[in-house]
Write a protein that binds this ligand. Structure first.
Ligand SMILES: NC(=O)C1=CN([C@@H]2O[C@H](COP(=O)(O)OP(=O)(O)OC[C@H]3O[C@@H](n4cnc5c(N)ncnc54)[C@H](OP(=O)(O)O)[C@@H]3O)[C@@H](O)[C@H]2O)C=CC1
Ligand SMILES: O=C1OC[C@@H](O)[C@H](O)[C@H]1O
Length: 408
């Protein structure tokens, strides 16, 4: 009952907001002016004609004066051609060698990897070896050892490697982190981190054989939506280590022993704080038998010595978010942040656009507004592996390319 009330409140507040203050912003997200390009912009190539790339890179690149998406590679030539035409990408590679051909293209400076997780390591390794900067989807790899190897390789090559934890670059996430770390509310006692996709939405968006539900491709909810609350817990607390004390998978009916459609985990953080993580692809709706539709639940809730902080919509702050700070002895306040305090950024930018800004700054030798520490991706991978272990599910398979490289 409490859950139903909460979901109804969230639904009502979302609707009210959508028709008022942020409606213009939501509309504008796809309508940022196309920037005039610099003389020698950073030329990106995309590995895989991925569904996600228009949101994560192609649209953000349009408004960046120093970025051009110059090529796409897909295993099927016709698919590559169609994708290139549709998104106005100048060059395409198709066929079984397409990914390597794109990497070998001397006109390409950076590669975006949005392939199934199991292929992240291999293609990031090959792209870095070929001298390309790499923007890679989350989770960076399937295992901790692979993540560490990529980071070392990027450093050896002097190249930029960035895992797409895009929301961390958005001013709202940075403001939430500032509030939490400012000392205003003292130490953290506990955190709840959730990313749950409603049943009905997941049915509409994901096909049965989606890469997210295939063990051999590095699937599982913890590998996908679970990464967000996990990385946010690390991001907000600044903890570089945590211990998974308990985890329970909600098994996927298609592969119940190995694939989680949901996961609940308890984490022990520094200083005695704890965190409860929940991710799900099949969050039931509300009302009779949970059949009425609900919205995705994307939430961070911190109980601190001096009050609470709720950061709602943390992975999609450009669409909707709020940071509600409730000190125990002072009035509650709600913050919404779309630009940096120094005025940089643009209220219409998505988290992906903020991320691209930082990526380019890093490549160009400027200091990005935010950049993760070299250990972040490794810590994240280690924690994911621990969650699967505690839940009694097998670790995600290592890349066969990594296994071959490391077999004596
Ligand atoms: N940061 C974010 O907000 C989001 C991140 N993601 C991440 O992006 C990545 C891709 O997700 P998404 O775009 O939804 O994925 P898609 O289903 O669109 O697959 C991406 C590409 O992977 C290749 N591929 C797909 N299935 C297989 C297979 N069975 N075997 C080999 N290759 C395959 C295809 O390449 P080809 O075109 O060459 O055939 C395809 O274009 C994942 O790592 C996911 O976690 C996804 C959504 C949002
Ligand atoms: O942002 C996201 O939401 C939906 C997921 O399946 C996707 O992979 C993730 O990155």
């Amino acid at each position: 009952m409490e859950g139903e009330r909460e979901l109804r409140e969230v639904f009502a507040s979302y609707c009210a907001t959508a028709v008022s203050e942020r409606a213009t912003l939501t509309f504008n997200l796809g309508n940022l002016p196309v920037a005039a390009k610099a003389e020698a912009p950073l030329r990106f190539g995309i590995l895989g004609a991925a569904r996600v790339a228009p949101v994560t890179l192609i649209t953000p690149a349009e408004s960046h004066p120093d970025v051009v998406v110059a090529a796409v590679a897909a295993r099927d030539r016709a698919k590559a051609a169609k994708y290139a035409k549709y998104y106005d990408i100048g060059k395409f590679y198709g066929g079984p060698d397409a990914y390597q051909e794109l990497i070998d293209d001397l006109e390409i400076d950076a590669v975006y990897i949005a392939l199934p997780n199991i292929f992240h390591y291999e293609w990031a390794f090959k792209a870095l070896s070929g001298g390309k900067h790499v923007l890679i989807e989350k989770p960076i790899t399937d295992t901790e050892a692979e993540a560490a190897a990529l980071i070392t390789l990027a450093e050896q090559k002097g190249l930029v490697l960035l895992e797409v934890n895009h929301y961390c670059f958005h001013p709202a996430a940075q403001r939430a982190r500032e509030v939490v770390r400012s000392g205003e509310l003292g130490k953290i006692k506990s955190i709840i981190g959730e990313y749950a996709v409603p049943n009905l939405l997941a049915l509409l968006v994901f096909e049965k054989n989606d890469i997210r539900f295939q063990y051999a491709l590095g699937g599982g909810s913890m590998m996908d939506v679970g990464v967000y609350p996990l990385s946010a817990i690390l991001y907000l607390t600044g903890a570089d280590a945590l211990k998974v004390t308990r985890a329970a998978a909600i098994p996927h009916p298609a592969d119940p022993a190995r694939i989680d459609h949901g996961m609940r985990a308890t984490l022990a953080l520094l200083d005695g704080a704890t965190a409860e993580l929940y991710c799900d692809y099949r969050m039931p709706g509300w009302g009779p038998c949970g059949l009425l539709p609900c919205l995705p639940k994307v939430l961070l809730l911190l109980d601190m010595e001096g009050g609470t902080v709720e950061f709602f919509g943390f992975t999609m702050p450009q669409i909707y978010h709020y940071i509600q700070v409730t000190p125990r002895r002072r009035p509650q306040r709600t913050e919404k942040v779309y630009r940096h305090a120094d005025g940089t950024g643009d209220g219409r930018w998505s988290s992906y656009r903020y991320q691209l800004e930082a990526f380019v700054d890093k490549v160009r030798g400027r200091t990005p507004q935010y950049w993760p520490s070299r250990e972040d991706s490794v810590n994240q991978m280690r924690a994911i592996c621990q969650v699967y272990g505690k839940a009694g599910m097998p670790a995600r398979p290592a890349s066969s390319f990594f296994v071959e490289q490391n077999s004596t």
